[in-house]
Write a protein that binds this ligand. Structure first.
Ligand code: ZN
Length: 343
């Protein structure tokens, strides 16, 4: 590779600098090793110029933007990479004997191929499996003409990437198998859910805002308030439920988190356990201005309306409702599923 000129790279790395500032910076970077690093960063940023835009312009759950960014950068911990770093003894795909590189994990493995073949629009199928990773991501994330049902293909593509990654991780780390059919159904359901979430956000800006509609991105709480995000999960394979939460301050800075194994219970009970344990910890630590966010609309409904003793969640709901008056200020709202994985 020819080494790009010094002034060319400075312009690329620092486009807002004027000529005298560039001359001053150029004079400062005299050490040869440092200069090589600057060249390298500059050269890479110039050659990948359009890719970050493709990733960050994609409209969907924010954690998928980060996943796509790592996918295009070829930095996700697939087995070949983990093997090189001595984190696993095998570099193979968990489903076949092929080496698991990025494009194999996300597109070329027979299992994943079957998933894509079930969902890709017919007009996209000709070149879908023939192009390299960056072109593949770019063309599918920017296609505005293709659709899956009524949903833009670019949205479905991003969600499918996330679903494939989760499914692969479940197989490797939890030994949980997923069928092609259920993965396709999950992608379709999550795509429709995301479209609905966007629609609700549009509606919520008007006077007819739904009481349980929430933002589709995370915002820090008010000044001096604390935000508690909670969630619950249930594994039908292990018959185990768990809950957890994360607390952040008004800068969005991490304060503390918690996670608990609960045992056998329903998903709503797991969500309520997360809220109860989170609120108890906040009171113990003296946080009295609290904004609670949960992805469980059903839990919020129970907390707001209460439930009678025969209801299986009555005990948890009553315990939470008894805690709430102990806070100086308390606000609760709904956040859409998927965002919590970022928190
Ligand atoms: Zn494979």
């Amino acid at each position: 590779m020819d080494e790009p000129s010094h002034s060319f790279l400075l312009s690329g790395c620092f486009p807002l600098l004027d000529e005298p500032q560039k001359a001053m910076l150029g004079a400062l970077v005299t050490d040869d090793k440092i200069r090589r690093v600057v060249y390298c960063i500059g050269y890479n940023s110039l050659s990948n110029d359009s890719l970050p835009d493709v990733v960050w312009d994609w409209k969907g759950p924010l954690h998928i933007n980060f996943l796509l960014w790592r996918l295009i950068g070829n930095s996700l911990p697939i087995n070949s990479l983990r093997f090189k770093r001595h984190l696993t003894l095998i570099a193979c795909c968990p489903r076949c004997c092929h080496e698991e590189n990025t494009i194999h994990a996300f597109r070329d493995c027979d299992f994943v191929k079957a998933v894509w073949n079930s969902i890709i629009p017919s007009s996209a199928s000709a070149s879908f499996f023939c192009i390299d990773l960056k072109d593949w991501c770019t063309s599918n994330l920017t296609s505005s003409l293709l659709h899956f049902g009524n949903v833009h293909w670019s949205l479905v593509f991003g969600i499918a990437i996330d679903a494939i990654w989760r499914c692969r991780n479940k197989l490797i780390f939890d030994n949980e198998e997923t069928t092609c059919r259920s993965l396709c159904a999950e992608i379709e359901a999550r795509s429709k859910c995301t479209v609905d979430a966007f629609q609700q956000q549009v509606n919520s800006s008007g006077p007819s805002a739904l009481p349980l509609s929430g933002p589709i991105c995370w915002f820090p709480p008010y000044l001096d308030w604390i935000k508690l995000n909670t969630g619950g999960a249930f594994s039908p394979v292990k018959l185990l439920a768990g809950c957890g939460g994360v607390v952040r301050d008004h800068f969005g800075a991490f304060v503390f988190n918690f996670a608990n194994k609960i045992g056998l219970c329903s998903i709503i009970q797991a969500e309520l356990w997360g809220i109860l344990l989170g609120l108890r910890l906040l009171l113990q630590r003296g946080f009295l201005k609290v904004c609670l966010e949960t992805d469980s609309a059903s839990s919020l409904h129970l907390l707001r309306s209460g439930c009678a003793p025969p209801h299986p969640c009555a005990s948890l709901v009553n315990q939470i409702r008894l805690l709430i008056p102990q806070f100086l200020h308390f606000h609760c709202s709904h956040i859409f599923l998927g965002l919590l994985s970022l928190l």
